[in-house]
Design a protein around this ligand. Sequence first.
Ligand SMILES: [Zn+2]
Length: 165
Amino acid sequence: MHDVSDNNPETRFICDDNLGKLARYLRACGFDTYFDDHISDSDLITIALDENRHILTRDHKLTERTLVRKYFQIEDDNWMDQLRAVISYYELRVSKKNIFTRCLEDNVLIETVLKHNIKTLVYPYIYEKHTGFKQCPQCKRVFWAGTHTRAIIERLTLGGIKILD
Ligand SMILES: [Zn+2]
């Protein structure tokens, strides 16, 4: 796995195992967000300290531990409310150019690929219709600007999240 931290000066996060959906949407907005749904509390804290990540958690017991200093306590049940709370607390800027820059599964930055290199990986009509393709270096999923990106932007906007250009 290549290190993406140097590419992104923004605040980095690690979500506890209850916050999978929040983690995916933070990634969709381009924020470096570690998530593993089988992680132990002690591993979560170790990674947060080693990788300078802010812990996002619903667990009050976790935030009472002395090693945990950089954290945000999530109180909302709904992922959209959670996302809004995180964006507001950290004063994050969500911009169109950062949406879908990161793989939702692996959290790594996706890379621009030559069109002919991914020909066998997408449906022919997608291949014909689009010009710019990106790929996750880890899981090899292929992404293109289209309905998916629009749907995310629409959903965030409906949720009251301001999206900059
Ligand atoms: Zn991936």
